[in-house]
Design a protein around this ligand. Sequence first.
Ligand code: NAP
Length: 245
Amino acid sequence: MDRLAGQVAIVTGGAKGIGQGVCEVFCKHGASVIIWDVLDEGKQTAQSISDVGGNISFRKTDVSNREDVKKAAQEAFDQHGKIDILINNAGIIRDRSFMKMEDEEWDAVININLTGIYNATKAVLPFMREQKYGRIVSASSINGVLGAFGQTNYAASKAGIIGFTKALAKEVGKHGITANAIAPGFIETDMTASMPQGVVQMAIHNIPVKRIGTPEDMAYAYLFLASKEAGFINGHVLHANGGQF
Ligand code: NAP
């Protein structure tokens, strides 16, 4: 149960959903976790995990705000003396068919989902390089590979994360750092909660394990790629979708 003992992890978007699941599992496995999220709910999430023994804190942080992310990374280092793991999980959807899509919807999704990963990685990487160790795992999506109606912005951001990860892996590997991505399928979170029941049932029909995924399912995939033992896996995209793709 101590696969991350003594490790320091930053989880973006950790206030709820998949990110919260990652925080819970990482804490169970001995990591010290810092949540970076725009949602104030992150404070309660951190409190409830620390109530059951987790070592976790919340720092309100918008990953699309480059200067603030730099400050947050420095604070994390000052507080813990190192940063071992970065989970680039924060993400949003602003779905609309391409012809109707507003410029703001395109910009928001690219700025948070893709540039947010650039900002967080850029801020954290110098600390990982200095210590010659790091694990960076970023959230792509099944729809970054398959595309989905109404998601040109989201699919572009999630496909971009795959290219980013593969290129970064080639640069950082020699410094003891790995960069990988996870492409979740259909996971039960607020992001998918607004979908009509018919759409959910149809999705389940197309998933060979006949259920939608949970944040905990994803958290164990993140745990594996964030662990020391995954050191020979670099530039990989782990498709975690119950066999749907
Ligand atoms: P979620 O429940 O909406 O949680 C995402 C968290 O990130 C929220 O707390 C959100 O706050 C926060 N966030 C949004 N913008 C941010 C920013 N600029 N800076 C910091 N935090 C920010 O989403 P989820 O379903 O857990 O998804 C987590 C990741 O997995 C996302 O990258 C998503 O694209 C990816 N994913 C999810 C699924 C799925 O089926 N759920 C499938 C494939 C991929 P707000 O609520 O205020 O936006």
